[in-house]
Design a protein around this ligand. Sequence first.
Ligand SMILES: Cc1cc2nc3c(=O)[nH]c(=O)nc-3n(C[C@H](O)[C@H](O)[C@H](O)COP(=O)(O)O)c2cc1C
Length: 193
Amino acid sequence: MASDRSPQGTSVRSAAAQLGPPAKSNVSNGSEITFESTRFRQVLGHFCTGVAVVTALQRGQPIGLTVQSFASVSLVPPLVSFCPSKSSSSWPRIKASGAFCVNILKDAQEAVSRAFAAKDGDRFFNVSWRRTPETGSPLLEDALAWVDCRFQDQHDAGDHVIVVGRVVGLGAMEQGWPLLFYRGGYGHFTGPR
Ligand SMILES: Cc1cc2nc3c(=O)[nH]c(=O)nc-3n(C[C@H](O)[C@H](O)[C@H](O)COP(=O)(O)O)c2cc1C
């Protein structure tokens, strides 16, 4: 949830080449062990993830942010999670709506990922969406898959929170490949071996 999320380029190779020198700030885990925060991000960035946009509708206004921290948690009952930063401006509003939809992006949706991670601008500009049948949260056009949730729980986790959602609806495209994020850059899955 805290790996390097600042896209440095359009390919995994260029992102890897752009890893800079470590920052001055240290991270302490509460014991004697300390390490550079940049080192933490650099190493954790080796865990390749998909990319999702978590959306909600609050008082008729669509809200959304890009996340890579989405995970499947439990089958019975069906639970998923994601980890918004405590500095997220969207999360308190999503929580207030009581529900959210996790839109898993496909490889052609890099621009959507960038738009929903941007600080400025209308994130829904140029993005078509409709309401999910169960919670009415925004389902983005062309999403590879979607998981519609009711807010279930929130756990404190350092500078982030762990959000647990109860899955009440879901769907997926028959075809398509996911957008990937690895070492601070976007990439594509070329198919199973
Ligand atoms: C690929 C990618 C993955 C991201 N994953 C997360 C995440 O899991 N949690 C998080 O808090 N921010 C994540 N971010 C950063 C947020 O999208 C970004 O900080 C956004 O501006 C937050 O908006 P908000 O303040 O409206 O919540 C990610 C960004 C990118 C590009």
